[in-house]
Ligand binder design. Structure first.
Ligand code: ADP
Length: 326
């Protein structure tokens, strides 16, 4: 196997707080092991367009606490084509890059897996997405920060909900996954949580609303994951407004504010550990694996498992939510 002396790092897919801490960790760990490091801007798009930047230890100073990603991120349709990946490969060869560390979600790992089957350049992945929907790791970088941001926002909305006797439908991110909604719902004491993983939500919500209209409870918070099967918060709220004219209904879509902001201590710590682990994995000749975090230990999970595997929502958490909500 070819000796690794120069690596590249990129961030790809949706940005997540803590990506900078991961970049910093990769760069410093690589330098510690005597490797050269280059950053690739705009993810796979930058690999195709040769957007390389040399990274020294000082380039990653003072970024551990910054949200977003200094390397920027992008979605690349061209990387999904053979010609696009060929261009990307040619650029890596031109820059004498022996291996690549990618920070992103399952789409990013799918691209990495395909690329390293076609070309002899090893890839290792670090899970970075606020959704926490990655198989093989208990946490993805950015989830803890997003969760805390959502909890803080809901606490504020609760103040006004209770002062005005309002029912708030709050929409949170999570395309196909309800991790943010479920955990934020538990942490804020929401009255109901609508997530994509659960069937029979319409009936449960109706039952709750009927009880509410009888008991004249003054205010409530209903969390809606954006990907749930009853629609977004606006749709669900409109339906409720039609069916229950007495409720004082309001809607709040939290949107992109959930993606930004200073990473929590946990996300910085996770990113720092996984960055070091990713460089270690490359030097140990591991290929096409994600470094993840399970039961407080670093683990290595093949890309094809992270892509195919479905990260189930914890039954125990669902039970807690069930007992404590409607
Ligand atoms: P995430 O990594 O957050 O899931 P995306 O799903 O947008 O984000 O994936 C990030 C990028 O990974 C895509 O823009 C694309 O360049 C690359 N990618 C995703 N799926 C594939 C694929 N099947 N083949 C090649 N590249 C892919």
């Amino acid at each position: 196997m070819k000796k690794i002396s120069k690596i590249a790092v990129l961030s790809s897919g949706g940005d997540a707080p803590g990506m900078n801490a991961a970049i910093r960790s990769v760069v410093r760990a690589a330098i510690f092991h005597g490797l050269e490091v280059e950053g690739i801007e705009h993810g796979y798009e930058g690999m195709i367009k040769a957007e390389f930047v040399k990274l020294k230890s000082k380039n990653v100073r003072n970024i551990i606490q910054r949200g977003g990603t200094i390397l920027r991120t992008a979605r690349s349709e061209e990387f999904k084509t053979e010609e696009g990946r060929q261009k990307a490969y040619d650029n890596l060869v031109k820059r004498k890059i022996d291996a690549v560390i990618v920070i992103g979600g399952d789409g990013t790992f799918r691209g990495a897996g395909i690329f390293s089957q076609e070309f002899d350049i090893p890839f290792v992945g670090i899970p970075g997405t606020i959704d926490n929907d990655m198989f093989g790791t208990d946490f993805t970088i950015g989830f803890d920060t997003a969760l805390n941001t959502v909890v803080e926002a809901i606490d504020r909305i609760k103040d006004t909900a209770s002062s005005h006797d309002r029912m708030f439908f709050i929409e949170v991110m999570g395309r196909d996954a309800g991790f943010i909604a479920l955990q934020a719902g538990i942490a804020t004491g929401a009255e109901a949580i609508l997530i994509p993983e659960i069937e029979g939500q319409a009936e449960k919500l109706k039952e709750y609303l009927l009880n509410e209209s009888k008991s004249k409870k003054s205010s409530s918070i209903i969390l809606v994951a954006e990907g749930n099967n009853l629609g977004g918060a606006v749709e669900v709220a409109n339906k409720v407004k039609d069916d229950f004219k007495d409720f004082n209904v309001r809607v709040n879509v939290l949107g992109h504010m959930q993606r930004g902001g200073t990473p929590t201590a946990f996300d910085r710590f996770l990113a720092s550990r996984l960055g070091v682990a990713a460089v270690d994995a490359l030097l140990d000749n591991q290929r096409s694996v994600m470094v993840g975090y399970k039961n407080h230990e670093v683990v290595h999970v093949p890309f094809n498992k992270t892509i195919k595997g479905n990260r189930d929502i914890s039954n125990e958490l669902l039970r807690v939510a069930d007992i404590l909500t409607i």
